[in-house]
Design a protein around this ligand. Structure first.
Ligand code: HAM
Length: 414
């Protein structure tokens, strides 16, 4: 029985990596005042057909359920979030700052940085149309990556504006209903061979040179994004962003600011992407709720590749994992006759909140010390002839003391 392509088993070492990612995501998001929410794994396929659009619709894991509903595993969060907020908009003070970090499913070709099930952090601000909200979200994005030990030399956020591209297309005669298809072509230009780019743009009556000239001069866009850039500068975060019109984003609902994060080496696929979707709630609520919104999604796959490649980030990650895995105390049963006392002590140490381990069956004392070292334990506590005293050895310094077993938990805890 083989694992399905694009899916992962999580052995304990993989879970440790995943827990680290989730812990940094949650810690930084909550430092910025974002609240965690979640939605269902399964949604009606219409939600994505109507709201996500673009290539995502071809990547859905969909099926007809036993009640004849055509459903899909969620490929992204934004349509669900828009539905949830539109339904209970009055219950929350604006702006809403919400995040979630569950699993998503896309039937993509498995490749470096892309799987069929992945985790994705979503951070969104709803109810604030200002550049201050844009900058706040970008600052969060930057601080999350910095929280992993990545710096300005490792990644860059490329900022762009969907509006500018729409005007570009419509100014050159692309019909309104075909603008999204045109944007889909621009979104892929960097990954497409030149003859194919020319042919695809030709279908819209646009020359590759015109697109290249537009991308080559982002000064007008930089002026429009000035408010965001000044805000980030005031926070000392300007070196993490660059205006770059190659970004248009593949999803249908974006309306203005769009951005993607890339590794500076240009080796990886996008690490995160997002933007404004100021019209989505209105569409979702049949015109009842109008609320500006923006957000981003960051997957765990490209991020994981980067943490592996950047030594400082890898060291930070490995130290976090090692600190949580290590036993604090290892109780050594030096005389089997004392096992009941040892078990009582293990129990008290654990109740005191100390990560405590011991050998489940009789073993030579030397072997038990080896096990303690192997678990990276701080203390070995030897239960033997000295009972009700025990020998406490600090494994790093080899310092040994004989102490009463009574009250040991409190002592070690202190
Ligand atoms: P997206 O660009 O489709 O945006 O995905 C965002 C990030 O999710 C990507 O940059 C990548 O890190 C990760 N990702 C996407 N697909 C895969 C995959 N097959 N395997 C591994 N990682 C993947 C969205 O999903 C938007 N809903 C984000 C958003 C939130 N916009 C506003 N709010």
């Amino acid at each position: 029985m083989q694992l399905l392509p694009g899916f992962r088993d999580f052995y304990p070492e993989d879970c440790a990596l995943r827990n680290y990612t989730l812990s940094v995501w949650r810690e930084v998001a909550s430092r910025y005042g974002f609240l965690e929410y979640d939605g269902p794994v399964l949604e009606s396929i219409d939600l994505y057909k109507k709201k996500s659009g673009g290539e995502l619709v071809g990547q859905l894991f969909d099926f007809v359920d036993k009640g004849e509903r055509h459903v899909a595993l969620r490929p992204e969060m934004t349509p669900t979030l828009a539905r949830m907020v539109a339904a209970r908009e009055r219950d929350y003070k604006k702006p809403l700052k919400w995040f979630c970090a569950p699993s998503f499913f896309r039937y993509e070709k498995q490749q470096r940085g892309r799987l069929r099930e992945f985790l994705q952090l979503n951070c969104d601000i709803l109810g604030d149309p200002s550049p201050a909200a844009d900058a706040e979200l970008l600052a969060l994005l930057i601080d999350i990556l910095r929280g992993f030990g990545l710096g300005a030399g490792d990644f860059v956020i490329r900022l762009s504006d969907r509006d500018a591209w729409m005007q570009f297309a419509m100014g050159r005669g692309v019909a309104q209903e075909r603008v999204l298809d045109f944007l889909g072509v621009v979104d892929k230009l960097e990954r497409m061979p030149e003859p194919e780019s020319r042919r695809k743009l030709g279908e819209f009556g646009i020359e590759l040179e015109a697109v290249r000239a537009f991308i080559a001069d982002p000064s007008a866009e930089a002026a429009k994004l000035q408010g965001i850039l000044a805000d980030l500068k005031a926070r000392g975060l300007e070196e993490y962003v660059a205006v770059d019109l190659t970004i248009v984003r593949g999803l249908a609902y974006y309306t203005g600011l769009v951005f993607e994060v890339f590794d500076r080496g240009g080796k990886e696929r996008a690490l995160a992407g997002g933007g404004r979707y100021d019209a989505l709630l209105e569409v979702m609520s049949d015109g009842k709720v109008r609320m500006p919104a923006l957000g981003f999604g960051m997957g765990d796959v490209v991020l994981g590749n980067m943490l592996e490649e950047v030594p400082a980030a890898k060291a930070r990650r490995d130290a976090w994992i090692a600190a949580r895995r290590a036993a604090e105390v290892y109780v050594i049963v030096a005389e089997e006759a004392r096992r009941p006392e040892a078990l009582g002590l293990v129990q008290r140490l654990r109740e005191a909140g100390l990560r405590t381990d011991f050998a489940l069956s009789a073993a030579k004392v030397g072997k038990q010390f080896q096990a303690a070292e192997g678990l990276g334990a701080q203390y070995a506590v030897v239960v033997g002839a000295e009972w009700p005293q025990v020998k406490v050895k600090e494994l790093a310094t080899r310092e040994e003391r004989t102490l009463p077993a009574e009250g040991l938990a409190a002592l070690l805890k202190g």
